[in-house]
Design a protein around this ligand. Structure first.
Ligand code: GTP
Ligand code: SPV
Ligand code: MN
Length: 597
């Protein structure tokens, strides 16, 4: 009897070899059926891996708690393992492949003894689409299996497709001892392979997400002339039924999820906009035969930040996570529902915090700091189809056409609410030089401004200098390239208060962006790009303090001249690999600033 549900020899041989290394007691293939999923959920609850939540208020929902030091992506333990160090570039951690395999093998060896190894065949993108890529993840964690069932397309249709097309990313994961000293997230782009060990947190272990869809995919995309990006995709429908699609790249925890499913603010209701959500984190984009850029979201679920999610900031998400969702590191309430800082309703009188300890509001730690109920990077995974604004084009194999690409980050100062770049090359410069304050999504000091080109600093699977060149080349392949913009929802006043209310109000800025794409409004030319005339942003129903909008749109040449220093320092590390076009843009910007100042 064939104990493998596939005839694919490469797949069978690889699973056999990895099982020999990890020594599981048993191997279980994930077929994507509800029956199997229910059985695995039951098992996860029985062994204490997941907590079943209130089945009336949160049907099909579960809670998971990670290890205390395993709560965010660990960039310092994440490596690109190319033969040549130069191919990983100066912004990635690098290890030579042989040494990396050797080091990880010592940890994987026997790591699944007494456990089951699950084999998860998954597709990023609709099975069979030109865009899509297949992966197979081996894991000893039911949490990973159940999250992958939400986040990707899993099961037998993928295996059938693999019989025809023998090409897949080999993804190996073991939680091993969850020991941070034996934690490694390794990418071997030249072998189409990912090895992750010692973690059981989201981006480190749901290997279809950042590891495959960004780090490995970006490497492949360069070779195949497309783009794999940390980008949300949303559609904006006008009352005539015409829909335009926007792609926006913001670093982790800078507002992609919130923007992708926004609900138009009261003041703009009369205009009858409708928002369609395609994706909140990753886009794969190709030039189609019409010369325009088309995009799909390779994922089928959201893995969103919990804190701050409520009916006011993101009603669509509140609706999305009411069923079939897996929560990670949030507070458990006595009625088996969940809570986090900034959730709807009253602060619960008591509960179990994300570390599994009894919790009450107002508790302080030894240093007098408040003890949080939910970890700041606590998250939920939920199927996109649960979302009231889910696009009807999610399964369309050729994706949607992109009118505008929007870059953005968290900048308390300097960067205006929105500006339009002069052309594709200048737009690539704006993306390559964008920066943001660090958030809780990765381990490290919060608030520090770091350059995060195209929001891809932690996710580019090869030398970023080549990546910039690839972006420049893509512009030449597209007769109908999207316009490129930059936004900043996070500018503050002297007291550190946000000047812009953000969230749903951001639609006012998107409206201006689309008006610019369709040549409907003029704009004010500054050294950094075109900025709106304040009167061109529809402020109906939104009252800001006097002068706030002007402050939000202000471009101060002095500050930008200072910013040039950081840009120069960032560019210099790429040495002669940095495309000359970016130095050209640097010098042009400098000239414009000096003649303006
Ligand atoms: P990843 O999933 O990590 O890639 O993050 P993301 O880019 O999807 O970020 P998300 O939408 O989850 O937002 C992260 C945090 O930013 C949340 O705490 C939000 O409350 C906050 N946020 C989102 N949009 C805005 C905004 O327009 N203004 C302000 N001030 N905060 C925002
Ligand atoms: C991010 O950090 O950008 C995320 C969450 O989207 S994770 O899956 O952990 O990468
Ligand atoms: Mn992300």
């Amino acid at each position: 009897m064939n104990k493998f549900p596939t005839y694919n020899k490469k797949l069978k041989d690889w699973v056999t070899k990895m099982a020999k290394l990890c020594q599981p007691d048993e191997i279980v293939w994930i077929d994507g059926t509800d029956a199997q999923r229910f059985a695995l959920e039951k098992e996860a609850v029985a062994i204490g891996e997941l907590i079943q939540l209130n089945s009336e208020k949160l049907p099909g929902c579960f809670l998971y708690r990670t290890a205390i030091d395993d709560v965010a992506r660990t960039e310092q333990l994440t490596f690109i393992c190319t033969k040549k160090k130069h191919d990983a570039g100066p912004t990635n951690n690098w290890m030579p492949p042989q040494a990396a395999y050797r080091k990880a093998k010592a940890i994987f060896k026997g790591a699944m003894a007494g456990r089951t190894m699950y084999v998860i065949p998954f597709s990023m993108g609709p099975v069979g689409s030109e865009f899509s890529k297949i992966g197979v993840e081996l894991t000893d964690s039911l949490y990973v299996v159940l999250n992958m069932l939400i986040m990707t397309r899993v099961g037998n249709p993928v295996l059938r497709y693999l019989e025809k097309k023998d090409d897949f990313t080999k993804c190996l994961h073991s939680k091993a001892d969850l020991d941070i000293n034996k934690r490694l997230i390794l990418h071997f782009p030249e072998d189409n392979t990912i090895w992750s060990v010692g973690s059981c947190y989201g981006g480190n272990v749901l290997l279809g997400k950042k590891c495959l869809s960004l780090r490995i995919a970006s490497f492949i995309a360069r070779r195949e002339h497309w783009l794999a990006e940390h980008i949300l995709i949303m559609g904006i429908e006008d009352p005539n039924g015409h829909i335009e699609y926007i792609a926006a790249a913001f670093p982790s925890a800078c507002g992609k999820t919130n923007l992708a499913m926004l609900i138009p603010p009261e003041g703009l209701k009369r205009k009858g906009y409708r928002i369609w959500t395609l994706g909140d984190d990753i886009a794969w984009m190709r030039v189609d035969s019409d010369g325009a850029l088309w995009a799909i979201n390779p994922e089928s679920g959201f893995f969103g930040v919990a804190p701050g999610t409520n009916s006011h900031t993101n009603l669509n998400m509140v609706e999305t996570i009411k069923k079939n969702a897996i929560y990670t590191n949030v507070l458990l309430k006595p009625d088996k529902t969940v809570w986090w800082e900034g959730a709807d309703g009253e602060v619960p009188a008591n509960g179990i915090d994300w570390q599994g300890r009894p919790w009450k509001p107002g508790m302080k730690d030894r240093n007098g700091k408040p003890i949080l109920g939910a970890q700041p990077n606590s998250r939920f995974a939920a199927p996109i189809v649960n979302c009231p604004s889910a696009s009807f084009r999610l399964e369309q194999h050729h994706g949607v056409p992109i009118s505008a690409i929007v870059f953005g980050g968290r900048r308390a100062h300097l960067v205006p609410l929105v500006y339009e770049t002069f052309n594709w090359q200048h737009g690539v410069f704006a993306g390559a030089t964008m920066a943001s304050e660090r958030t809780a999504a990765s381990v490290g000091e919060l608030g520090v401004v770091r350059r995060d080109p195209m929001a891809m600093l932690p996710f580019c699977g090869y030398n970023m200098a080549y990546y910039f060149k690839h972006w420049l080349d893509m512009g030449k392949r597209m007769p109908k390239a999207p316009k490129i913009f930059h936004v900043n929802w996070f500018r503050t006043d002297e007291k550190g208060k946000f000047l812009w209310p953000g969230f749903k109000e951001n639609l006012r800025v998107l409206e201006w962006i689309l008006d610019r794409c369709n040549n409907k409004v003029g704009a004010f030319k500054t050294p950094i790009g075109y900025v709106p005339y304040p009167g061109d942003i529809d402020m109906t129903g939104l009252v800001l303090p006097a002068g706030a909008l002007e402050k939000l749109l202000e471009v101060k040449p002095d500050g930008w001249i200072e910013e040039l220093k950081g840009i120069k320092k960032f560019f210099t590390q790429f040495k002669k690999d940095l495309p000359f076009e970016l130095w050209e843009e640097y010098e042009n910007l400098q000239k414009r600033l000096k003649s303006n100042g």
